[in-house]
Design a protein around this ligand. Structure first.
Ligand SMILES: NC(=O)c1ccc[n+]([C@@H]2O[C@H](COP(=O)([O-])OP(=O)(O)OC[C@H]3O[C@@H](n4cnc5c(N)ncnc54)[C@H](OP(=O)(O)O)[C@@H]3O)[C@@H](O)[C@H]2O)c1
Length: 325
């Protein structure tokens, strides 16, 4: 497995990381035994970059990672996030208050069973708290040794710059894939300018770009994707054209649609490290192999052209409100 540096030569991680969200929540039923086996196999394959968050399964995901990786602390880079909070009625909001940053970090450290978080992200910007205050508290965590490096998720280029002035930001995690390319307009250039790595989340379009999800019938009851406009039946049917073209390129090149999706991201910049979500061992080898694929310029051009017309929003209306524009 190839390696890449995050930020300004801060953290060295496998070129492909592992998104762990689906192991606790979101994409069909969780299976703890299989999740633990997946985490262990990922390590065996040289994947050392594990992505979680306090909100994934309400702490379950961090505990799962602790269970799987506790004997490999020195070999792994653990990234987690804070910021989403729920009230007793289930209403979700974002909190970036400095006192909350400290409390959330303590809780994540306890669940993860570690003394220092390698990369600590603000999951979403709190619109009521200046970013300088939130990042100031994150910087204090670095000083006190609770966190090694800091990151932000789904913020604008302007917010990234303001945050970076307070403390160097090592990584920005945002949605980026063949069917969602907004970050390429202003964020990717800003990341290059500031030496911030881009960590694309949902690099496989929540599974859609792999060609295995064609209609709502392919998704379990309660699957998170059922609430996303892009996964409504009409939009999914229209977006099949994109997947069909991706499948054609896949047949011609000898790589799977998932591999093309990941190799295309890796080719965009040497500081991009995608974190495909996998809750089963089934796709590990295939996705890990994408790190070694070199795409020709002609194939890059064809892939670039794919996502020009995508139907449906990528988040539901509520979650779009949390995205910093
Ligand atoms: N910062 C944020 O706000 C944010 C938001 C969303 C996600 N994330 C992070 O990003 C990670 C990745 O995103 P994601 O998991 O939402 O979406 P994703 O990586 O685009 O897609 C995950 C889905 O693709 C399936 N899959 C993986 N490899 C495949 C292959 N080769 N062939 C067919 N299907 C394949 C997975 O199946 P199985 O589940 O069956 O293995 C899963 O259903 C998450 O796990 C999480 O850590 C962050």
């Amino acid at each position: 497995m190839q390696r890449r540096w995050l930020g300004n030569h801060s953290l060295e991680v496998s070129s492909i990381g592992l998104g762990c969200w689906g192991m606790s929540h979101a994409y069909g039923p969780a299976d703890e035994k299989e999740s633990l086996a997946t985490l262990s196999s990922a390590l065996d394959m040289g994947i050392n970059f594990f992505d979680t968050a306090d909100v994934y399964g309400d702490g379950h995901n961090e505990c799962l990672i602790a269970k799987a990786l506790r004997h490999h602390r020195k070999d792994v880079v653990i990234a987690t996030k804070f910021g989403f909070v729920g009230d007793e009625h289930g209403k979700v909001s974002v909190c970036g208050r400095p006192d909350y940053v400290i409390t959330a970090c303590e809780k994540s450290l306890q669940r993860l069973g570690i003394e220092t978080i390698d990369l600590y992200y603000l999951h979403r910007r709190d619109p009521d708290v200046p970013i300088e205050e939130t990042v100031g508290a994150m910087a204090d965590l670095v000083v006190s040794g609770k966190v090694r490096y800091i990151g932000l998720s789904e913020v604008s280029a302007e917010t990234l710059l303001r945050a970076h002035k307070i403390h160097p930001v090592t990584a920005l995690q945002s949605e980026h894939s063949l069917w969602h390319r907004d970050v390429e307009k202003t964020l990717l250039p800003r990341c290059r300018e500031l030496n911030v790595s881009l960590i694309p989340y949902c690099p496989l379009g929540r599974g859609y770009l792999t060609g295995t999800v064609k209609s709502l019938a392919d998704l379990a009851e309660g699957d998170y994707r059922r609430g996303i406009p892009r996964f409504k039946n009409d939009a999914m049917a229209r977006n099949q054209q994109l997947v069909e073209r991706l499948k054609r390129l896949s047949r011609q090149s000898g790589h799977t649609p998932a591999q093309l999706s990941l190799a295309w991201l890796l080719a965009k910049s040497p500081s991009i490290v995608p974190i495909p979500g996998m809750k089963r061992r089934r796709y590990l080898k295939e996705n890990a192999a994408a790190a070694g694929i070199q795409l020709s310029q002609a194939l890059m051009d064809e892939l670039d052209a794919l996502g020009r017309q995508v139907s449906g929003e990528r988040h539901n209306a509520q979650n779009l409100l949390f995205v910093d524009q």
